[in-house]
Design a protein around this ligand. Structure first.
Ligand code: FES
Ligand code: FES
Length: 159
């Protein structure tokens, strides 16, 4: 079957098998390997991307279900060569160690800040509760999101 979707602002059309998962479509068909695949049980959340602006675990979505829709991956976070504040926050606050969980974490946390620019630590933890970090732990991830929140607020005041 043929699918057409917008991925990181670019329209793509490909022939695929109907059983192909979105995570594999992104990684293997489009070579967008920033989206990781970390389990067979829909538990780890390292595969999170946005489907029409909502974070989804791309291992639970068929590529065919994204036909006609808009997908954004971690490769589509930076704009005009500038890191998104959430990426900057992870860098500044050591929100990653091996980095395996990081793309999914950043996609979820960016979506959180878009809806709730000043989340509490509890709200950040709730947002990432479906995702697993196997090494760095969650405190620095929460700190990274707080960093992005504070710096975005400051940038808005200075505009
Ligand atoms: S790969 Fe683990 S939840 Fe999707
Ligand atoms: S930084 Fe290694 S799994 Fe999260």
């Amino acid at each position: 079957m043929q699918v057409t979707m917008i991925v990181n602002d670019v329209e793509v059309t490909r022939e695929i098998e109907g059983r192909l998962l979105l995570v594999h479509f992104l990684r293997d068909t489009l070579s967008l390997t920033g989206t990781h695949w970390g389990c067979d049980t829909s538990n780890c959340g390292t595969c999170v991307v946005w489907l029409d602006g909502e974070p989804v675990k791309s291992c639970t979505v068929l590529a065919a279900m994204a036909d006609g829709h808009e997908v954004r991956t971690v490769e589509g976070l930076a704009k005009g060569g500038e890191l998104d504040p959430i990426q900057e926050g992870f860098m500044q606050c050591h929100g990653l160690q091996c980095g395996f969980c990081t793309p999914g974490m950043m996609m979820t946390c960016r979506a959180l800040l878009d809806k709730n620019p000043d989340p509490t630590d509890a709200e950040i933890r709730e947002a990432i509760s479906g995702q697993i970090c196997r090494c760095t732990g969650y405190s620095t991830i929460v700190r990274s999101v707080r960093w992005a929140s504070v710096h975005e607020a400051a940038a808005a005041v200075n505009q």
